[in-house]
Design a protein around this ligand. Structure first.
Ligand code: UDP
Ligand code: MG
Length: 315
């Protein structure tokens, strides 16, 4: 019996890129003769013709299946839906814009089948074609998160990866609402082989990530995989108590020895500003975690489906 490989593709406004993507992935699929393919396209509430294109493809090619959301739920949700609907013994996650080259797939497949890895991930070694300031912040983010989180996040790692069924099931067993998959992948463990490649620019359309969105995503990653910011705000609070204690003693003695000429209000104003700044910051940090907890307790679904292929069932 031939094994089945599911290719999960999340698509948001990708009408221009999907035809190119389909041509490429078909070529790769035809080259890999020892495994059957299914293509699961998740339409993440696109506002363009993406869904029509997917429906056409599904009519033309039996291996193409689609899942369509009721609105845009974000790439994390799209990837989760794809994993849930995939039936393959192996599952790969890919972008629709060909930034995840399908031609790497045979090599990735060999690492799993021949060398016994559970997962093959890909990482970009260059960030060519990206604004320098974005690369700088990305590097900073990885430095910080790896220092404060027990789960290792690999710099430049893409979501493009091939996994065994066992690993996919492990990921799906994590039921959290705030899904930060870079962390989830490394949280579940298993043997991962990393292959490196040069950054490729997207074939058509444009990136959906603004700088602001990336920043929010980074904060999400930190709150999802580390509680160190809470510890830091506690330590800073303690430090400030200590400093103020020393200041009190100093001022008491100064007043006793030199009397009390009324002066020093500018320094007082500065201290009030600083301390209330630190307080607000700490409350903000605390609030982040509380907000996440709040969202988790609501147990809202990660995505809502409007339509799917009739023969596509969640197992
Ligand atoms: N994507 C998605 N939902 C979103 C945003 C993006 O499914 O809300 C998909 C998008 O269609 C693409 C992939 O996620 O296939 C990566 O998006 P993009 O190329 O914009 O990100 P970048 O490669 O620039 O990081
Ligand atoms: Mg892209």
């Amino acid at each position: 019996m031939k094994k089945l490989l599911s290719v999960v593709v999340s698509c948001y406004n990708e009408e221009e890129a999907i035809p190119y993507f389909y041509d490429e992935i078909i070529k790769t699929a035809d080259d890999m003769k020892d495994v059957n393919f299914e293509f699961i396209f998740v339409n993440d509430g696109s506002k363009d013709k993406t869904l029509d294109i997917l429906k056409d493809l599904a009519k033309k090619d039996k291996r193409v299946k689609f899942v369509s959301f009721s609105r845009n739920f974000g790439k994390e949700a799209a990837m989760m839906a794809g994993l849930e609907y995939a039936n393959g013994d192996y599952v790969t996650l890919m972008d629709a814009d060909l930034q995840d080259p399908p031609k790497l797939l045979p090599e990735m497949y060999n690492y799993i089948v021949k060398d016994g890895y559970d997962c093959v991930g890909t990482r970009r070694v260059t960030r060519k074609g990206e604004p320098p300031i974005r690369s700088f912040f990305a590097r900073m983010f990885y430095k910080i998160i790896n220092r404060i989180s027990k789960v290792e996040m690999v710099d430049g790692a893409r979501d493009y990866r091939l996994m065994t069924r066992q690993m996919v099931d492990a990921i799906l067993s994590l039921k959290e609402y705030n899904r930060y998959s870079k962390g989830l992948f490394s949280f579940v463990g298993f043997n991962t082989k990393w292959i490196e490649y040069e950054n490729v620019e997207r074939v058509a359309g444009e990136t959906k990530w603004s700088f602001w969105k990336l920043l929010v995503y980074a904060i999400e990653g930190i709150t999802a995989f580390s509680t160190v910011p809470l510890v830091i705000s506690a330590i800073v609070g303690l430090l400030f108590c200590l400093i103020s204690f020393i200041m009190i003693i100093f001022i008491v003695f100064k007043t006793l020895i030199f009397g009390d000429p009324t002066s020093g209000w500018p320094s007082l104003a500065c201290i009030i500003f600083l301390v209330s700044g630190v307080q607000l910051f700490s409350i903000g940090v605390l609030g982040q975690y509380l907000a996440k907890t709040y969202l988790e307790t609501k147990r809202r679904p990660v995505y809502i489906i409007k339509e799917t292929d009739k023969d596509l069932k969640k197992d």
